[in-house]
Design a protein around this ligand. Structure first.
Ligand code: SF4
Length: 94
C-alpha cells in the first residue's frame, strides 16, 4: 500500500496523541507512527514546527462549535461516501 505521508503530516489525530503523551507523561515527543497492520507497514510522521499552536487552534474551534451547538451538516461527496449516517442523513451527497 502506498501511503501519502505528506497528507498524514497534517493529520490532527496523531498530533493530538503526541501532545497528550507529552503532557501526560512529560515526554519530549517529536514523531509518531501509524501502523497498517493488514499490510505490515509502519509510517513514521514527524511533528511539524507549529504543531502545538495548530492543534490548540483546531481543538478550540471545534470546542466552540460544540458549545454553540453548531451541528450544521457540511456534506461533500468525499466524506459522505464513507459516512455511516449517509442512509439516514437528509444532507448526504452521493
Ligand atoms: S452523510 Fe450527513 S452526516 Fe455524513 S458526512 Fe455527509 S452530511 Fe455529514
Amino acid at each position: 500500500m502506498k501511503v501519502n505521508t505528506e497528507r498524514l503530516g497534517g493529520d490532527i489525530q496523531l498530533a493530538i496523541y503526541r501532545i497528550g503523551a507529552a503532557e501526560a507523561w512529560d515526554l519530549e515527543v517529536d514523531n509518531g507512527s501509524y501502523y497498517y497492520v493488514l499490510d505490515g507497514e509502519k509510517v513514521n510522521i514527524e511533528a511539524g514546527p507549529d504543531e502545538a499552536e495548530r492543534i490548540d487552534r483546531t481543538v478550540r474551534k471545534v470546542g466552540d462549535g460544540i458549545l454553540s451547538q453548531d451541528f450544521e451538516p457540511r456534506p461533500s461527496p468525499g466524506v459522505c461516501s464513507w459516512c455511516d449516517y449517509r442512509l439516514v442523513c437528509p444532507a448526504a451527497e452521493a
